[in-house]
Design a protein around this ligand. Structure first.
Ligand code: EPU
Length: 422
């Protein structure tokens, strides 16, 4: 295990290159199970979650090669239809092998991922969708068994749950439907850019999906899919995290490069409202720290709303922004583990019923804190850069799950961070 020691007070300047999206890469890697042919996927971030997914694919029989962001995968023959608990428990997104396994082999056996620190994370909607396509579903001993002895059939399927659309659920059903007989219509589909990237990947393999990016997907089943060479979209959450770093700690401005600014509008709109100047141009966004920063009220929502994956980082920003701010997470109301750690650093945050009331303080102070999940850890790094003194952040393996070399990238911008054995 490793820890970070963040020495606060640095002023950031310069440009940071954003990596390919973790959350787009994971289902795309799983989708390579749908073909016997070779797939090349470029800009896959080198983070532990993508490494777990590659281990799962290798376990299922795929040949995998990885070099500098490019991954080559060939699943000519699958030797198993099982994703075991030892692998699934490490990463919830492993459930997205269910759809491709079912489509390719008519059966899948995948461990239930269980909850996690950001809240209860059921997969009832994934299962409802796959059942709709004709799979028999049984849950036994913590495992989900799916079987479609006579293949899958296109259907009209509503994916909307009580918290809105499901991203990986939409991905799973879309990946199963591409090889089903007939046409599938998914209503209440997630519209996130990562879902669109997966649909583009599948269409390049020969699938017939229309409507990606809207709540209604139409998928005409095809007999087989072929190999593809695909570049993953930029990671909008990594980019958003660096924009918040700029808002909190830029000497004057920083630039994030290799981003798609349309995907970041919900975040840049809030940062502008907080007084930052935002300059998008081509594949870059330059952010100037606010001269007179003000807080804001945020409610998370599915895309194009404000992403839940950016709520912790905004709490870090508001912790030292004068005035009162409110952050409500409607998607994962329990996702506030960062708040109690930030309180240890002197933040004035009160969380109740999925809502954080934040009164900005003049100065945070360094303290030993613990990373609890991916985005909470990123928020602690941001808070620590702004704090007086040094902050020791333990369990940084959480941050390495989804941010490619975040410490090196921040150090290049001028931050003072040490990575040490715990
Ligand atoms: N939900 C259900 N039933 C289901 C599935 C989801 O009730 O069967 C609920 C969830 O409990 C939640 C809401 O629906 O309240 C949305 O969850 P969703 O299924 O969309 O989440 P996910 O697909 O499991 C992805 C990202 C998360 C991100 C969420 C929401 C990946 C690998 N993960 O998860 O990313 O927070 O969408 O945008 O794409 C992260 O990167 O830090 C992260 C947690």
């Amino acid at each position: 295990m490793e820890k970070f020691i963040v020495h606060g007070g640095s002023q950031l300047e310069g440009t940071v290159n954003i990596s390919g999206s973790k959350n787009a890469s994971l289902p795309i890697l799983a989708a390579t199970l749908l073909t016997r042919e070779q797939c090349i996927i470029r800009r896959v971030p080198d983070v532990s979650d993508t490494n777990y997914m590659l281990q799962i694919l290798q376990n299922l029989g795929a040949e995998v090669e990885r070099s500098s962001g490019n991954v080559t995968i060939k699943c000519e023959k699958l030797r198993s239809h099982e994703a075991p608990y030892e692998l699934v428990r490490k990463m919830r997104a492993s459930v997205c092998v269910m759809g491709p396994l079912l489509a390719r082999q008519n059966r899948a056996n995948v461990s239930l991922p269980g909850g996690c620190v950001i809240g209860d994370r059921p997969i009832d909607l994934h299962l409802r969708g796959l059942k709709g396509l004709g799979a028999e579903v049984t849950v036994d001993g913590g495992n989900v068994h799916l079987e479609a002895r006579y293949g899958l059939n296109g259907q009209e399927i509503d994916m909307l749950g009580k918290h809105g659309a499901t991203v990986l659920g939409t991905d799973n059903v879309m990946m199963a439907a591409v090889l089903a007989k007939g046409t599938t219509v998914i209503t209440g589909a997630a519209c996130e850019p990562e879902v669109v990237d997966l649909a583009n990947f599948l269409n390049s393999m020969g699938a017939k999906i229309s409507g990606a990016g809207t709540p209604r997907l139409e998928i005409e089943g095809v007999k087989e899919l072929g190999g593809v060479d695909h570049t993953v979209i930029p990671d909008r959450i990594e980019a958003g995290t660096f924009l918040v770093a700029g808002a909190m700690a830029a000497k004057e401005s920083i630039t994030v490069r290799r981003v798609n600014h349309e995907h970041l509008e919900a975040v840049t709109d809030v940062l502008s409202a907080c007084g930052c100047k935002i300059e998008p141009s081509g594949d870059t966004i330059k952010i100037y720290r606010a001269k007179n920063p003000v807080g804001a009220n945020i409610i998370t929502d599915p895309y194009p709303g404000f992403p839940t994956d950016m709520q912790a980082q905004m709490c870090a920003l508001f912790a030292t922004t004068p005035g009162h701010s409110v952050v409500k997470d409607t998607i994962f109301p329990q996702r506030f583990m960062h708040a109690s750690e930030m309180k240890r650093m002197g933040a004035n945050i009160d969380v109740d019923d999925g809502t954080a009331q934040i009164q900005g303080v003049e100065q945070l102070s360094g303290a030993p804190v613990m990373a609890s999940d991916l985005r909470a850890s990123a928020a602690l790094v941001l808070a620590a850069m702004k704090a007086k003194g040094s902050t020791e952040i333990s369990r940084v393996y959480h941050i390495d799950r989804g941010y490619e070399h975040i410490d090196d990238k921040l150090i290049d911008l001028g931050a003072n961070i040490e990575r040490l054995p715990a």
